[in-house]
Design a protein around this ligand. Sequence first.
Ligand code: FRU
Length: 482
Amino acid sequence: MHQLTKDLFRPTMHFTPPFGWMNDPNGLVYINNEYHLFYQYYPYANKWGPMHWGHAVSADLRNWQHLPPALVPDDKGMCFSGSAVVDWRNTSGLFDNEPQPGVLAFYTACIAHDDGRDSEQMQSLAYSKDGGFSWNKLADNPILPNPGLKDFRDPKVIWHEQSQHWVMVVTEGQEVGFYRSKDLNQWEKTANFGLNEGKHDEMPWECPDLFPIQLEGSEICYWVLIVGVQRCSHAGGSGTQYFIGQFDGERFTNHHDAETVLWLDYGRDYYAAQTWSDVTDGGRTSIAWMSNWLYANDVPTQAWRSAMSVPRSMKLCKTDSGLRLLSEIPKEWGLERQTHPASGTSLNQGHSLKLSDSYQAGVVDATFIFEIGSELKIAPFGNESLVYIVCRSEAGYHLTTKRVIADEGEENYQKTFASDVMLDLPQNDELNLVALIDRCSSELLLQQGEFCVTDLSFDSCVSGYELTCIKGAVKLERLNFC
Ligand code: FRU
């Protein structure tokens, strides 16, 4: 009975593996009107183990169909993280006269040693002749042997149209390496990026992504480079930073100062974000592993462990702080927003508004206007297991996230999970919020998605989404519920 209760944490609008362990999203590719999601998967236990690529597809980024694992470990190693891309021109030469466009998956083959030696990591290729459903590993793997690095993994491969080359960006310790190739077989190293840029800790950067994106409302194109840090995110532990700049097919140059740090998310549970390749309208949609290496193996779920974030459509905008990526719920979700009866009213000091009695999953979409000095408590689970306190001063809005341990779990989880995290939002009259609540997570997209905050919370006594005005008065200018 106790075990069954615990599976109540399984989300309803977030992707989870059917059973077993999951970490990073891998090989995100859009083909034949479907989004393929591969992921780091160990199907035989609920802790990290020899890595497979799990697999699922969806037409709307919300309802996923589970498929058999696409890649499984063999004597050439486990299948660590990587990417996938459609080989439209058959540059690889693997797809003569196939009815389906060929799909290529690049992953790190990793051979672990149990005698204390470092693991061996090298870049390998698998291909699919049936539109991404079944996969063969190349007989001649690896395509890029290890140049002598301890950490050499997570290849993201793109076709770079301007230089007519394949480009691979891959973790090389505290930086990423760029390689290029005409035939996917011979790779030439072109550059490194990152040693003195952005955030670093004692662990290697992980899971790079690289893509072009047009600045909203202009013809100007920038490039975005995403990388994961393992121990020094804004909220502590794993997190995902990004750089905006230019990429000429050989090297990436940062548009900002080396010290500028941009986070895709300021919460504790948004790691290893990747974006889908080959999306027809050129849009960029990301998804991330909704956990943190500090406690991922120990959170209190049983049959499955870890969920993905909700996919986010990203656009590049000029904000008051400079160029930033803004995230929103993908249009494919087709959310129908209903106006809440309290929309347009005000919440005064000491008053609460319960948006739902038995909250399972849902989306709140709101605009609040705070009197200066006002404070609002947002309790996604209606209790104190995870609360956000928003206050407004002359300088702008300030968000404090308070998370406590609400359910027992393993010792390490008990030690590392609870946290208080602060975030300043620049001066703005309104607070714009989209909140996605599920059985064990809350994702806030604030100020049109310029600031995202993703947090897990495990409490079996969920009692509905609640807003409480602690101080002053807060106008619920617009309050929608889906
Ligand atoms: C990131 C990561 C990757 C690696 C994978 C192994 O979470 O450590 O660098 O490829 O997980 O599962």
